[in-house]
Design a protein around this ligand. Sequence first.
Ligand SMILES: Nc1ncnc2c1ncn2[C@@H]1O[C@H](COP(=O)(O)OP(=O)(O)OP(=O)(O)O)[C@@H](O)[C@H]1O
Length: 316
Amino acid sequence: MSLSVDGLRVYYQTLKGDIKALDGVSFDLRDGEIAGIAGESGCGKSTLSNSLIMLRLPMKLVEGSASLDGSPLPIGDQRKMNDFRYKRISIIPQYAMNALNPTVKLKRLISDLLACHGVGYEKTLPELNRRLDLVGLDSSVLKMYPVELSGGMKQRAVMVISTLLNPSLLIADEVTSALDVSTQRAVAEMIVEFRDKGFVKSIIFVTHDISILYQIADSILIMYAGKLVERAATEVIIKRPVHPYTKMLISSLPEVGVHYTDKRLKGIPGKPPQLLSPPRGCRFKDRCPIAFEKCEEEPPMVEIEPSHWVACWGVN
Ligand SMILES: Nc1ncnc2c1ncn2[C@@H]1O[C@H](COP(=O)(O)OP(=O)(O)OP(=O)(O)O)[C@@H](O)[C@H]1O
């Protein structure tokens, strides 16, 4: 098993109280798996990604654990996490394109980063050039400042940089959101190629865009208000979702070839709950068309068929 996350609870400490952004999340990632994480804005996707690599204030680890390739991942101890970060687990953060230091050329940025991890730049250069070539970038970009690169070029450069030391796990957080549709597709395909070539073993791909996941993910985890509500193979989530929230999320997507003058796209009525004081029981119940009394209790995640997990009293 590449990654195991067990009962992870991560809150943000604020003056108003704790924001329960991640409230008891458990899942496993197989070797070689690309798992997509989807859900509405604010459901905790980035909190999950960030807590696996850098859990820092105002975040606090309330409960739970994680392991990578069978070894405990010390997510609550940032000093110990230094041994894992970049070498064994790497992240392409949200807005990564803007994360490149604008005042230094790419060569300097990469050599400083490698030096921090005790790796020589010259030794890595042949592989760096090979990978830049693979993503369609000329090695001359190394002599450029980030501002001289287009958004798509920066995103590809960040992909190469973050996977240069062949980490076991790559977390890609909204890497395609700020790109035009054709660049989105190219970047998504490169992510798969990086896995296929063994540059990374497994990938967590966080996005709002389920259609991208349909193209690249092996499995999809659906989050709602700090919890996982459904998890299954991509085909299953897209073609026969079971949780009412997943069903509504999928039915709010446009279908290719359908004229929306004939059929109206349905949104999900209502708003997700405040995570400062989330409701008891199922967090989706106030928006759910099949909610009943039992939903006042928290639904457990149940495997309703092999590798298909759902947390809903209406289907369990
Ligand atoms: N630094 C912070 N301090 C307090 N609350 C925060 C902080 N960062 C995030 N939150 C809250 O935690 C919850 C989860 O946020 P998170 O960014 O993980 O969601 P997300 O699903 O990644 O959203 P998006 O898709 O918009 O990026 C939200 O309610 C958010 O308001």
